[in-house]
Write a protein that binds this ligand. Structure first.
Ligand code: ADP
Length: 514
């Protein structure tokens, strides 16, 4: 708007200066005529251009319509008339301006500064843009970090919201106690760990735990993701870290939670690709400096989370920094039951829903998976128009979560038959081979990428695997292909993912899915 206003004012000024509204352009002949008739009162000349005024309005020369008093005309260079003598004899006031006009000092200054001014304005605009999009160090500061409310659904998150990882809770209880009664520890001369590192696969509740610690202790909770610190501009991350810690100190005792610490805490010198390296290092150093700077009694505890503890820089794990590493693992059966109980607190469950049973058939699922399962079941109950969530909803939801959503693919009967043979092959071998996981479900409804699925899950959680078990997994996976071979004498591409799975089991167990 400011820009528009300036343009308007300038244009107005220029028009007023040069554009006489009722001034018309006339021929030199016409000018000569009016001059000789004694009509011209004054002229103003610049080079051969003459602007002038008549004593009284005269009819316009071209078509005679209307009159004019102001005019401009061009004097031909070859005109030999003694213009000056005529003007004098007619008593015309004559004014002139040099063809090349000397500009005033001020105008010169303004003109030479104009490009710089434009640049400065542009720069400010861009800086403001970047500032709005995420801050640019000291240039355009964004608001200082604020503690987030560690509450869910208007209630503070506490340890009651976390289940299945009791050993982890026990470790963190000490931190809570310290945050609640720092003076007891101070009197004892005991220093609290300044940082706690939560390591574990995604979805195991690391964020939830950090929130719960803040909730239990009743202290402000600052949350940041390490990837947020990394910007294009070097130095910004470090300044953000400084701000974050400064704010937390103001409100101490407090908890700072840094998620995905591995994005900046990766061992220095290890391959990290191009660019952003310095920035990563500076940010990490700033975090370490801030943590070293704690006197230990301020009551700021840093909790960091990572799902790749093995890549972390050893400097991070030194005493006085993240000296406590707590491993958060996927829950066991009892843990899964407790997590399901937490996430079905607000869900009307039918009497015949057995969470124990659901927990038994969901080995390997994390807290986040189970929360998702409970939610899917509730969604299905709404879709089915039920009053309560029954076992049917749970088993459908489990199918959806484990196998992917069913696709409404129209399959020709021949394909269905083939898929049925294929899946029975898996199931038969899975059931016949001793030590294999029991078969839970067989379907020829296409799901995800598969045309059919045979689902077998272990009865109890397994933490190590015998060779026999792995062999049985391979045999079971090859069953589908074998069945097609026996019945049709040919094998199809339907066995592709089975072969992939078998290969990954044979090559190295940890990579094997499903
Ligand atoms: P992470 O940070 O480890 O990736 P989150 O803490 O973000 O995992 O977990 C995501 C969600 O999963 C949580 O908000 C919670 O609803 C659920 N969840 C995970 N673990 C648990 C648990 N042990 N007890 C209860 N809920 C859990």
């Amino acid at each position: 708007m400011l820009f528009a206003l300036v343009v308007y004012l300038l244009a107005d000024l220029l028009l007023n200066l040069f554009g006489r509204a009722n001034s018309i352009s006339i021929t030199y002949t016409e000018f000569d005529k009016q001059l000789n008739a004694g009509q011209v009162s004054q002229i103003y000349a610049k080079g051969d251009t003459i602007q002038g005024k008549l004593k009284s309005a005269q009819p316009k020369p071209d078509n005679g319509k209307g009159t004019y008093t102001d005019f401009t005309t061009q004097r031909p260079v070859f005109a030999q008339d003694n213009l000056w003598a005529t003007l004098q004899s007619k008593g015309v006031v004559v004014d002139a301006e040099p063809v090349v006009k000397e500009r005033s000092f001020l105008a010169n200054l303004l003109i030479s500064l104009a490009p710089m001014l434009v640049l400065v304005v542009l720069w400010l605009v861009i800086a403001r843009r970047i500032g709005a999009a995420g801050g640019m160090g000291g240039l355009a500061r964004k608001a200082p970090p604020k503690p987030v409310d560690p509450a869910t659904d208007g209630r503070r998150t506490t340890f009651a919201d976390v289940a299945g990882i009791d050993e982890v809770k026990a470790e963190l209880t000490e931190v809570v106690d310290f945050l609640k009664h720092p003076e007891v520890y101070r009197r004892m001369g005991a220093k609290m760990p300044r940082g706690v590192l939560l390591a574990g696969p995604p979805g195991t509740g690391k964020t939830l735990l950090a929130r719960a610690v803040a909730g239990e202790a009743g202290v402000p909770f600052f949350s940041a993701s390490a990837s947020e610190f990394i910007e294009m501009i070097v130095g910004v991350g470090a300044s953000r870290v400084r701000e974050l810690f400064a704010e937390a100190r103001k409100l101490a005792p407090a908890i700072i939670f840094i998620d995905e610490i591995d994005t900046i805490g990766r061992a220095r010198g290890s391959g990290s690709g191009m660019g952003g390296h310095d920035e990563r290092e500076q940010t990490l150093n700033q975090i370490l400096t801030e943590m070293d700077g704690f006197s230990g009694s301020e009551g700021v505890v840093v909790i960091a989370a990572t799902n790749r503890a093995e890549v972390l820089d050893p400097a991070l794990l030194r005493p006085g920094r993240f000296d406590r590493t707590v491993t958060v693992s996927p829950p066991d059966r009892e843990g899964r039951r407790a997590i399901l109980a937490i996430h079905t607190r607000g869900v009307p469950l039918a009497a015949d829903v057995d969470l124990e049973q659901v927990a038994r058939i969901t080995p390997g699922m994390t807290g986040a998976d189970l929360a998702n399962l409970a939610n899917e079941a509730a969604l299905l109950a709404v879709k089915h128009g039920r009053e309560q969530v029954g076992p049917r909803e749970f088993s459908d939801a489990l199918e959806k979560v484990q196998l992917g959503a069913a696709r409404s693919l129209v399959m020709p009967p021949e394909e269905r038959r083939r898929t049925a043979y294929h899946e029975s092959g898996h199931a038969l071998l899975g059931m016949l081979h001793p030590g294999a996981d029991p078969v839970r479900k067989i379907t020829i409804v296409p799901r995800g990428r598969a045309l059919g699925v045979t689902l077998s899950t272990p009865d109890a959680d397994r933490y190590s695997y015998t060779e026999e078990y792995l062999r049985s997994r391979i045999i079971g996976a090859l069953g589908g292909m074998a069945a097609e071979q026996v019945v049709y004498g040919v094998i199809t591409t339907g066995a592709e993912s089975d072969l992939e799975q078998v290969t990954s089991i044979a090559r190295g167990w940890p990579g094997a899915g499903g």
